[in-house]
Design a protein. Sequence first.
Length: 347
Amino acid sequence: MMTTQKASITFVVNPISGTHSKDEIPALIASGLDKERFEYDIVFTEYAGHAAEIARTCAEQGADICVAVGGDGTVNEVARSLVHTQTALGIVPCGSGNGLARHLCLPMDSKKAIDIINHAQIEDFDYGIINGLPFFCTCGMGFDAFISLKFAEAGKRGPITYVENVLKEGLKYKPETYLVEDETGTHRYKAFLIACANAAQYGNNAYIAPGASMKDGVMDVIIMEPFDVLDAPTIALDLFSKTLTQNSKIKTFRAKSIHVHRSEPGAIHYDGDPIMTDADIDVVMQPSGIRIVVNPDAIEDNSQPNPMLNAFSDFFNNINNVREDIARRHRRIQALNKLMLKKLSKL
């Protein structure tokens, strides 16, 4: 009688990611994973970089799937050890942003995410490298990296924290001048940020590149030009309504690789993890470089904008009609910002 060998899975659990305890994860795996098809083990991380070490061992030993149970940082650690191997990345999203999981339309519920793994449908996806550091969702510099620092420092996590940081810090941030070289030549931009997107969003459904695909071999490059107090609410809302590329302050193009020069060293981020680096930055795409367990009932997230958020975005766009009222504009914007945050908190 012939027997079918079970697929091997390692669950890499970060116990401190996100805002929820991971104590229930082993029980959910034990009850939810199809043990007739899979044999598994569970390893809890103990220090920064441990997830990458565990995943590297999984790949070396020929494991079929290595599952990141945690947030974007845990996913990045596991994924970067699996690139160009036959071991597939699985995701049980337990973080505060969950950018890659959301882009791939994976369930935010752990039990449902484990059920997705039972299907074991695996596909090839692109990833990127910024100054030698792999990223799978987004990377960036300028205000992009600055906000990553602020978000990491925030005591309260989630989309409202993100919007608050954009509104409070964006008006004080000094834009930089960047020389950006791609396949078409070298271009000069004065910008608040330059983001390079493999996937559509940062996380928390904040869409920096609504049309981005992880299977086209190119990155979406987003350049945000300097904005003033009247533009801030529109930009913040456009992030959540998937309309950012329609904003007049946004310039976008696609490229396989870019070289960026700025006047001095500073912060960059890769998948939301900030790090200091030098004045020159290289970003390059790696087509079909990682295998990922996908939701068989979903496609990459290029869905239509949320109509309610779109309505708010249109409302704030119309604020330009009161620009002549200079003396009262700051009080008006402050009130509108509070209204926007109140409305968003109810969504």
